[in-house]
Design a binder for this molecule. Sequence first.
Ligand code: ASP
Length: 314
Amino acid sequence: MSQKKFALALHGGAGTILPSSMTPEKEKAYREALEEALESGWKILESGGSALDAVEASVMSLEDCPLFNAGRGAVFTHEGKNEMDAAIMEGRGLDAGAVAMCTGIKNPVKLARLVMEKTDHVLLAGPGADRFAAEMGMERMPDSYFYDEYRWQQWQSVKESDRMMLDHQSDDRKFGTVGAVALDREGNLAAATSTGGMTNKKYGRIGDSPIIGAGTYANNLTCAISCTGSGEYFIRTNTAFHVHALMQYAGLSLQEACEKVVHEILPSIGGDGGLIGVDAAGNVCLPFNTEGMYRAFRDSDGKVEIAIYSGAHG
Ligand code: ASP
């Protein structure tokens, strides 16, 4: 039995998470949700399961929690709908699957995995993604499943404007896109990301999360990455692939590559957000250039962390 290191990290979105608007009860709820998601992926890794299964399980747990902007808690579009994006990728064969603008799906990350495993395609969007979900026998959830009074009000405050808002940009509740990255005992890496996108996003807007190389990327040679933040900047800088490329072609460590991308490249065009990364040796990096990022990680050396604000492992 190999004793190789394994690790799992996840995020629940980066943004202007102000300590002043956080109550002890809210903080407890977020921490518990992060802990539960960490546990769902961890038990898979610990029992010798794959990184792919672990990231899918962790992301599904976060999608089922209304605190985060993914699955059940997805934000509202300009038309008052919930349109979700998700992606999953494994680092051994560079297989990937993604969905964009899907509706009524309880767990978009599961649908992304089905795109990867059951089709010759990487990304299915809109009505096509929904049709594929039906063909796969996935249950459709009613609109009421995705209704959240707070998010509805969040949308009401910007719907007359052209403004598109990160879920965690408003003042009181802060949460966002979710993602997970993992290294398993076999040395395989995987990444997954799932989101409702940005509040008040317009017709047809697709963010970085389902774009392989922008919001999600995994390659056994280097790392697995899942991003969160204003997606347009992440698409323009190929954020997730950029970390991989700096490691592979410039010889940077995970930490150096993440810092360059999050603290130099993204800010150089005004990009706000963060990412989570794990490398092929099991090192974890969770940098962000915002006030905070909901995040957690655990590794087989016994390190565990659940954090929201800056200061730890940033
Ligand atoms: N990156 C996501 C998007 O632009 C938003 C987020 O991270 O909350 O769709």
